[in-house]
Design a protein around this ligand. Structure first.
Ligand SMILES: Cc1cc2nc3c(=O)[nH]c(=O)nc-3n(C[C@H](O)[C@H](O)[C@H](O)COP(=O)(O)O)c2cc1C
Length: 408
């Protein structure tokens, strides 16, 4: 068989797989990219799908946020890429997060004479250019030497709110300095209250106006995909991960004897509230019942989040959780939705269903791992532009104009 015969058979096979309803489904689940190769239908045998969807070499080539994932995968050791990619169990919730957005269709209105869309929002009295928040992601120096500092500089240049993880590889003081504006601090409490309080006070002193208590990992998380990637990694992980524990995590490195507190309850929320002047948000709320309890307990805002499909394998997407949560909250406090946001249309759907803002995790981390600070900025630009475009297409001049009447 000649090389061109081989290419032709391969193309035919790809076309068959892409159009077969059963096999096609399987293909779609192989990748987090929702732009997996479509069959080339113009009869031009010179075009190879691999060329159409080949990995980008420069930021300028990026067409969507998924383009950064392949570069991140190429740049990172398998274990580090696996840490980003993993969900829990067979990644069913991770996949559900994307599928949830696909189930919702948009109803566009025409002839509204719009030439500009205003994507700005207000959150706790502060204005932001877009509703896109940079979610807390731990260990960012594992993805790029400048880690959280590169992200802070990108967030500064593009004016985005950044939420810093407890397991950050740069301290809250350093990141706040690089961001040159207040950041929010995400809290994983430790078993010892005085250690937790020390982190809270450091965040306060660094000027954080809000603290985000993450509550969705208290029972543990079975990260099978991570374990599979770790098996592929030939490096000696002990070189970096050897004791003393968490030496690279400046917010917890001074607690030699710590453990994260898995015993969180509403009393803890009260205790946190009464020990800080910062706004207290709770991250990981997925039900109306807990949303109501957040209101009863004086929580200032919530993240509808399943930790990007890394909490329990519920199989339920956050966009499907949002309507019941939004109904319970009834506009009383801000709702930030994260997990699975990859497109301007996803942002639009979340806002239409009651979110005040949205959070992204993996997309900006792919950008970071691919091209550092510039990659993060490019990801933020792409999402903002996609949002602007869908707002213009839908006929919604501002974020407040977006509502459920634009959805099916
Ligand atoms: C590699 C990785 C690390 C994360 N680390 C944290 C963390 O330290 N604290 C936290 O509250 N959430 C963490 N998250 C969850 C994110 O804040 C966010 O909820 C999630 O990534 C959003 O989903 P997405 O990745 O599909 O955008 C992490 C997510 C990823 C992918």
């Amino acid at each position: 068989m000649t090389h061109s015969d081989h290419q032709r058979y391969r193309r035919l096979l790809i076309k068959f797989l892409a159009t077969s309803p059963l096999l096609g489904l399987g293909l779609a689940y192989c990748s987090s990219n929702d732009t997996s190769p479509a069959p080339v239908s113009n009869g031009n045998e010179e075009i190879d799908e691999d060329d159409l969807y080949r990995m980008i070499n420069t930021i300028e080539e990026a067409i969507n946020v998924f383009d950064f994932e392949a570069v991140a995968k190429k740049n990172l050791p398998p274990a580090h890429f696996g840490y980003i990619a993993t969900g829990t169990n067979s990644d069913e919730t991770l996949k559900a997060n994307r599928a949830g957005f696909s189930k919702i269709q948009l109803k566009a209105r025409r002839l509204r004479g719009l030439t500009k869309a205003n994507t700005s929002i207000e959150l706790f009295g502060q204005n932001w250019n877009t509703p896109i928040i940079v979610c807390p992601v731990g260990s960012q120096k594992a993805f790029h030497p400048e880690g959280e500092i590169a992200v802070a500089k990108a967030a500064k240049n593009k004016n985005h709110l950044q939420v810093l993880s407890t397991v950050t590889t740069s301290s809250v003081e350093e990141v706040a300095l690089a961001r040159k504006a207040p950041i929010w601090y995400q809290l994983y409490p430790t078993l010892k209250w005085e250690q937790t309080l020390e982190m809270v006070k450091r965040a306060e002193d660094a000027g954080c106006p809000a603290i985000v208590l993450t509550v969705d990992l208290t029972g543990g998380s079975n990260r099978e995909t991570l374990q599979r990637y770790v098996r592929l990694d030939t490096r000696d992980c002990n070189v970096c991960h050897s004791p003393p524990r968490n030496q690279r995590k400046p917010m917890i490195s001074s607690f030699p004897d710590f453990d994260f507190n898995g015993n969180l309850d509403w009393d803890f929320v009260q205790k946190l509230k009464s020990n800080t002047s910062m706004k207290v948000l709770v991250k990981g709320i997925v039900t109306a019942e807990d949303a109501s309890l957040c209101l009863e307990n004086g929580v200032d805002g919530i993240f509808v989040s399943n930790h990007g499909g890394r909490a329990e394998a519920s199989g339920r997407s956050t966009i499907e959780c949002l309507p019941e949560v939004a109904e319970a909250i009834n506009g009383q406090i801000p709702i930030i939705l994260d997990s699975g946001i990859r497109r301007g249309t996803d942002i639009f759907k979340a806002l239409a269903l009651g979110a005040t803002a949205v959070g992204i995790g993996r997309p900006y981390i792919w950008g970071l791992a691919a091209f550092g600070q510039d990659g993060v900025e490019a990801v933020l630009d792409i999402l903002r532009k996609e949002l602007e475009m869908v707002m213009l297409q839908m006929g919604t001049p501002g974020i407040r104009d977006i509502n459920a009447s634009y959805l099916i």
